[in-house]
Ligand binder design. Structure first.
Ligand SMILES: Cc1ncc(COP(=O)(O)O)c(C=O)c1O
Length: 397
């Protein structure tokens, strides 16, 4: 049989990390294990208090059926509401302003399915996590890029969005702390974003997946800290990076009730929610946030400092990121493209990084290094990578 896949599937490229995973698998098969700064998937285990809560909850048959609420069990939504209030001073009602989701990725995709008809316009940062643009395209919508430039601190310039595009746009994606650039946004930026959305009748979808990976005591923000933000915004949070729970598929959306309702209606026609025992594990995770998060971030901070100091000793001038586990590195002047540099790093040094253009055309000229390094002795691997680059590549700045 030769039955073509749907045109909407033909229109989109393969999921970018699949290709990288394939290159890595090939290297491993040849006995060459790279020092892997590639995919941003925590290498540390899920904390014991989460695993124990899952095990306990899974023993209770009451957790085994469908979560018929479709929104997340009441205790989960209550825990989220309390976390948002305590951590950010943001008020979201567990009744109607919180939706449990099967990961942030799912929620980001489904909010687009809930709002975007063919030819609708979505404002999408460039570079960015691929889901915003790909799902917009999949729905037949048009993704309008908002460049994230170094000179603007990798924040979009709302004034640069042409008037007709502003007026046509239905959704705008923001993501701070940012993947891939590691940039953060302050409350002044979020206030301007809310004003822009209100003036132009645009819903902001703020992807907060990296909100808790932060350094030097830096306090990241929720857009819901801005007065009146719930009129224009929905925010996606996740347990994945905060608690080393990427495989668990548990997250939440919160914000304006209409936006949460649109997401809920979309989801209820597609999935049946997160396993209730996993939701109980999520509740335990949030309850232990204060005692856990410092330890997690101290480990990433050691790696960040080793990597940034090492790269700077080779001639770069990189500011350490204040949040996320990503270091966004401009390519040396003697390389034409990020792909060329990434290829040399892999072939000559056995160092795997992601070329920035994978995240959009404005990512060209940069490579992303993730601090989630697999294998033993992370600092030794970082130092080894730096030494290989020092001795095997010629770099001009
Ligand atoms: C910006 C961004 N948003 C969302 C996600 C997905 O998070 P989750 O595991 O909760 O689906 C990722 C994963 O890498 C990401 O980089």
């Amino acid at each position: 049989m030769n039955i073509p896949v749907a045109q909407r599937l033909q229109r989109i490229p393969p999921y970018p990390f699949r290709e990288i995973a394939e290159i890595k698998a090939k290297m491993l098969a040849e006995g060459n294990e790279p020092i892997d700064f590639g995919i941003g998937d925590p290498d540390m285990p899920t904390p014991g208090f989460v695993i124990e809560a899952l095990a306990e909850a899974a023993k209770d048959p009451a957790t085994h059926p469908y979560d018929e609420s479709g929104f997340g069990i009441p205790e989960f939504k209550q825990a989220v509401s309390e976390f948002m209030a305590k951590r950010y001073g943001a008020q979201v009602s567990p009744d109607g302003e919180v939706q449990g989701t099967i990961g942030c990725k799912e929620a980001l995709a489904h909010i687009i399915w809930g709002y975007i008809d063919p030819s609708d316009v979505v404002l999408v940062p460039d570079p960015a996590y691929s889901v915003y643009k790909v799902q917009t395209t999949w729905c037949g919508g048009a993704a309008f890029p908002m460049p994230l430039r170094a000179e603007n601190g990798f924040l979009p310039d709302f004034d640069a969005v042409p008037l007709p595009v502003r007026k046509a746009a239905k959704l705008m994606f923001l993501n701070y702390p940012n993947n891939p650039t590691g940039a953060v946004a302050d409350l002044d930026f979020f206030t301007r974003a809310v004003d822009f959305a209100r003036e132009n009748e645009i819903i902001i979808v703020h992807d907060c997946a990296y909100s808790e990976v932060r350094y030097d005591g830096y306090a990241t923000h929720s857009i819901l800290e801005v007065e009146g933000a719930k009129d224009v915004a929905i925010e996606m949070h996740s347990f994945s990076k905060t608690f080393n729970m990427t495989g668990w598929r548990v997250a939440w959306a919160c914000g304006g009730a209409d936006f949460v309702a649109a997401l809920s209606k979309t989801k209820s026609n597609i999935d049946s929610g997160t396993f209730m025992a996993v939701q109980h594990a999520g509740i335990a995770a949030l309850a232990n946030y204060d005692s856990f998060i410092g330890e997690l971030n101290a480990e990433y901070q050691r790696r960040r400092d080793a990597l940034v100091n090492g790269l700077n000793s080779l001639g770069w001038n990189i500011q350490p990121p204040k949040a996320t586990f990503y270091v966004w590195v401009p390519i040396p002047a003697n390389y034409a493209t990020a792909a060329d540099f990434a290829r040399d790093l892999l072939a000559e040094c056995g160092v795997l990084v992601i070329p920035g253009a994978v995240y959009g055309s404005y990512g060209e000229g940069f490579v992303r290094l993730s601090l989630t390094i697999k294998g033993d002795d992370k600092l030794a691997q970082i130092n080894e990578a730096i030494e290989r680059i020092r001795t095997r590549l010629t770099l001009k700045f």
